[in-house]
Design a protein. Structure first.
Length: 137
């Protein structure tokens, strides 16, 4: 059996934000065994799974992305929406637009230090739409 829901995450400033709790609040009850697939419906933000304990990891990841894909590079052609637009698209391709997570015992079966992140690459990205698909055994 497959169920699907779509919801919005509130707007976040540019950065890497732990959103595990916000995502779980929007989901129907999870099965005893299955999969959760999450898709972000935007091309300037991403979803990631990473360390959820030390906030320095989020700051370091943000700094790494900003160095990998700087703003105002002279070779960018897509510049009409501001200096953060083309870099946000490139960063979202690097990180990815979806996650598939195992569900066991009605809970996400994540590692001890893993959490779901919204990677917001725009200064003013606005609310972000997520499609959550639950596949039940």
């Amino acid at each position: 059996m497959i169920t699907q829901t779509e919801f919005s995450l509130r707007p976040f400033p540019r950065g890497i934000h732990l959103v595990t709790g916000a995502v779980l609040e929007k989901l129907p009850s999870l099965p005893s065994k299955g999969l959760l697939h999450l898709l972000i419906k935007h091309t300037s933000a991403a979803l990631a799974l990473n360390e959820n304990a030390d906030p320095d990891v989020r700051r370091d990841l943000n700094a790494i992305f900003d160095r990998l894909v700087p703003e105002n590079a002279p070779f960018y052609l897509h510049t009409d929406e501001g200096p953060d637009d083309m870099p946000s698209h490139a960063k979202s391709v690097i990180v990815g637009s979806s996650l598939t997570l195992p569900v066991t015992g009605g809970r996400l079966n994540l590692g001890t230090w893993q959490g779901i992140y919204l990677c917001e690459f725009r200064d003013y990205g606005g609310p972000r739409r997520i499609v959550a698909t639950v596949i039940r055994d």
